[in-house]
Design a protein around this ligand. Structure first.
Ligand SMILES: *[C@@H]1O[C@H](CO)[C@@H](O)[C@H](O)[C@H]1NC(C)=O
Ligand SMILES: *[C@@H]1O[C@H](CO)[C@@H](O)[C@H](O)[C@H]1NC(C)=O
Ligand SMILES: *[C@@H]1O[C@H](CO)[C@@H](O)[C@H](O)[C@H]1NC(C)=O
Ligand SMILES: *[C@@H]1O[C@H](CO)[C@@H](O)[C@H](O)[C@H]1NC(C)=O
Ligand SMILES: *[C@@H]1O[C@H](CO)[C@@H](O)[C@H](O)[C@H]1NC(C)=O
Length: 757
């Protein structure tokens, strides 16, 4: 971040240089360049000369930034054909080419231009942008990049300089691409390459040999859809040109910064490097691939990669793993296949699901139209049974244009800077609702993975709460609008009554924080869980809406998803997706609904306290003081419950332990924390990791909120192996809470305090 102001402004140096310049920037027929001499561009930025690397005897001709120490070569003429002696020279041959001759006049390298036009007086000049050009002496330099007889920028090596066109000259068939060096001391061509590919909707790829490593995603407006979160920056801008003559991208400098892009085989990456004068070094600015989800097609065909999901690969809605047994990190490549429900052209069995923020799929098998509207695009897709998805062409502005994909969708990932993708599935057209991912696998094998999932959920909730809090400061009307915006389906009471068999006792699943929960089946067969809010729950209409919005926003696969609500006849009901299998929620005793979607909790000044007894921090339960650290406490309880497989309350603990926290604390003090671990986890977890989790839980459970780590620290603790602090005595929730509590039918006791302060 703070490298912006410290980037070397080369102008200073240039100014310096101009005073002492006696260097030449041209080679003429009468003035060759011998090994030992160099060319320097007019403004002194670039230098061309002979060099060798490391202990290698190989000698090359190349270009580097003159005033940047530890010479970084940005272009090499004879990368695959070095000279072995140090008395070679660059001359302009009689036929007007620039050639490199060794000691005994053997031709090592040549510009090999095929121009037959008679050149009166050819010269070679090193330009201020690092381009080495062959031209007529009289040719005007303002004609940069155009009409040179030959130019180095047409033959890039591993480095992109500002102003270099990367891509195709459609008239000549010239393709300017990147080929990495074999090693830091060997500039010869490796098999690690990158190029702009002429798919119907062009995008850049990186290969190792013939295997695709990464692709940027198509250029949709100002940048490609696949580069996550990249926003405008003060250094450079991109230009993308696609017309009948040319197809290329080019970056241009915004200021006198020094920034380049390098393809590096050793690290298997394409890196943007910025020269930082303060540290006198090149600093990585953007590295591609950026993360796991960037690995080409990591989730296989029709699989979607979501970085914050666990596992990161899921099948698209309407698809299932091709080989479910192998659906794991080692073999997601198998991908997903249609679950058999979709039938092309059949009414109600043919529609689209919209997924927001997507890196668009591999465009190899696609089709585009620049003028079509999104609506026509959809129609076009519906008409062809091999069409599997569509999107608008432009990510910004009008959102016009049409892009259509055929067959399997390849290399899908969620991307902050991506765009909406409409995927063909069997459900009826779900229009503008956010797409949701099917839960295909449940990965609750080791505590760490579960913990991380919960952690992400917590962090997400905090963010959502914070965001929502800002919104609630607006007027009530605005809030109403917000609510409307959500397009959460409203169910009518009759539908709910029918689905739950008039809230029959048999359909009752249990009792949550706010009231009973019933199982139901909608007419179309979808199974739902209906939370019927008790009128005495203290939850007003506002809180109800908050909960609806909060829950609707939570798209995490391990949280119960809200599919709708019902406000009718004085009843307030939330309709959730029913999770039949052992979901994390049931694993966690259906905790999720009550606590996660707790209500309108405002840090510090709690107006109403709602929550599930047993997870509340002591300061929250007794004093009504709610802070971010109260959630950390709840997280600690959860963590202990996951590890031990026991509830904090409702389990028969030994008299002196009171509850799970007490029990865990005693085992910790006695030095036998491993006794806490659930038998069913015992074999699948690593002892040291489990103990670490217990210690982290105890740190979260410390009595004083200030002692507890914040969630960011918890993330660091979980993902590193640093020594952890010693936990202090936890806050116990010992005795029955003597507040205004309401107890429900199950042994989950809930409380509801009004105006605690
Ligand atoms: C060539 O390089 C060697 C070693 O660097 C040096 O000793 C020798 O003098 C050089 N010869 C010429 C002609 O520059
Ligand atoms: C070039 O000169 C070297 C000695 O510098 C000699 O060994 C080699 O055989 C010569 N090559 C040709 C093609 O004459
Ligand atoms: C590639 O990156 C490695 C570090 O990951 C670095 O040591 C090496 O010099 C780089 N190679 C080139 C050719 O820049
Ligand atoms: C379609 O999927 C549903 C579950 O979503 C299933 O109950 C039904 O049997 C499937 N229909 C066909 C024809 O496969
Ligand atoms: C559907 O699209 C594919 C791929 O472009 C094409 O080959 C095929 O002819 C199209 N079918 C129809 C019926 O238009």
């Amino acid at each position: 971040m703070n490298i912006f102001p410290t980037i070397l402004i080369i102008a200073n140096i240039l100014f310096f240089f101009s005073k002492i310049s006696s260097a030449i920037d041209t080679i003429t027929q009468s003035q060759p360049l011998h090994d030992g001499s160099t060319l320097v561009s007019k403004d002194g930025t670039f230098e061309l000369g002979f060099f060798n690397l490391g202990n290698s005897k190989n000698r090359y001709v190349g270009i580097w930034y003159k005033n940047i120490p530890n010479r970084r070569v940005v272009w090499v003429a004879n990368r695959d054909n070095p000279t072995k002696d140090n008395s070679s020279k660059l001359i302009i041959s009689r036929d007007g080419n620039l050639v490199l001759l060794n000691q005994n006049q053997t031709l090592i390298w040549s510009t090999k231009t095929t121009t037959r036009v008679a050149i009166s007086s050819p010269i070679v000049q090193l330009l201020d942008n690092g381009n080495l050009v062959l031209k007529n002496e009289k040719q005007d330099n303002t004609d940069e990049n155009e009409n040179f007889l030959w130019q180095g920028f047409d033959y890039p090596c591993d480095t992109v300089l500002p102003g270099m066109k990367m891509g195709w000259d459609r008239k000549t068939g010239l393709n300017r691409n990147l080929v990495a060096w074999k090693n830091w001391d060997d500039p010869s061509s490796s098999d690690f390459t990158s190029a702009l590919v002429r798919t119907p909707n062009p995008e850049s790829f990186i290969w190792k040999g013939s295997t695709i490593i990464y692709r940027t995603g198509p250029w949709t407006g100002p940048r490609s859809s696949g580069i996550v979160g990249l926003t405008t920056n003060p250094f450079y801008g991109y230009e993308f040109v696609n017309n009948e003559d040319e197809l290329y991208y080019m970056f241009t400098l915004k200021n006198n910064y020094v920034t380049i892009v390098v393809l590096n085989e050793t690290s298997s990456t394409r890196i943007r490097l910025n020269w930082v004068s303060d540290s006198n070094s090149w600093k990585n600015y953007l590295i591609l691939p950026q993360d796991n989800c960037d690995n080409y097609n990591i989730c296989g065909k029709n699989g979607l990669c979501t970085l914050n999901d666990s596992p990161i690969c899921q099948c698209l809605d309407g698809f299932k793993p091709k080989s479910p047994q192998q659906w794991s990190a080692t073999d997601w490549k198998q991908g997903c296949v249609r679950n058999g429900n979709w039938s092309c052209g059949v009414k109600d069995r043919d529609g689209f699901k919209k997924i927001v923020g997507m890196k668009l799929p591999d465009t190899t098998h696609s089709w585009i139209d620049e003028k079509m509207t999104l609506k026509d695009c959809k129609e076009k897709c519906l008409k062809n049974c091999s069409c599997s998805a569509y999107s608008s062409l432009e990510s910004t502005g009008t959102g016009n244009g049409c892009s259509i994909w055929f067959g399997d969708l390849v290399d899908l990932r969620v991307s902050a800077s991506g765009q909406d993708l409409y995927i063909r599935t069997d459900s009826s057209d779900t229009g503008d609702k956010n797409g949701k991912m099917k839960k295909v696998v449940l990965a609750v094998s080791i505590p760490v993975s579960v913990v991380l999932v919960m952690l992400l959920a917590f962090i997400y909730i905090h963010k959502t709460k914070a965001k929502y809090k800002k919104k609630t400061t607006r007027s009530e009307e605005k809030e109403e609008d917000k609510y409307e915006d959500f397009e959460l389906p409203i169910f009518d009471q009759a539908t709910i009554l029918k689905a739950t068999n008039n809230f029959s006792f048999d359909n009752k699943l249990g009792e949550g924080g706010f009231g009973p929960v019933y199982k139901g089946t909608l007419l179309d067969g979808q199974e739902i869980a209906v939370k019927r809010l008790s009128r005495s729950s203290g939850q007003g209409l506002k809180e109800f809406k908050n909960e609806v919005i909060l829950c609707a926003k939570l798209q995490h696969r391990n949280l119960v998803k809200v599919v709708g609500c019902c406000i009718e006849g004085g009843e307030k009901m939330l309709v959730y997706e029913y999770m039949s299998n052992k979901s994390l929620d049931s694993f966690l005793f259906d905790f999720g609904m009550a606590r996660m979607c707790g209500g309108d909790q405002i840090e510090g000044t709690t107006e109403k306290i709602v929550g599930t007894y047993g997870y509340m921090a002591p300061e929250y339960a007794f004093d009504g003081l709610f802070s971010i650290k109260s959630d950390v406490f709840s997280f600690g309880v959860l963590l202990l419950e996951i590890i031990s497989g026991k509830k904090n309350r409702g389990h028969s603990y030994q008299e002196h332990d009171h509850n799970l926290i007490g029990y865990a604390w005693r085992l910790w003090k006695e030095g036998i924390p491993l006794n806490l671990i659930d038998d069913c986890l015992r074999n699948s977890c690593i002892d040291s990791e489990a103990v670490r989790c217990i210690q982290i839980a105890l740190l979260c459970l410390q009595h004083h909120p200030d002692d507890r780590p914040n969630m960011t620290t918890v993330v660091v603790m979980l993902s590193s192996e640093n020594t952890l602090p010693k936990p202090k005595e936890p806050g116990f929730l010992i005795k029955k809470f003597s507040g205004d509590g309401q107890s429900s039918s199950t042994n989950e006791i809930t409380i509801s305090l009004i105006d605690a302060r």
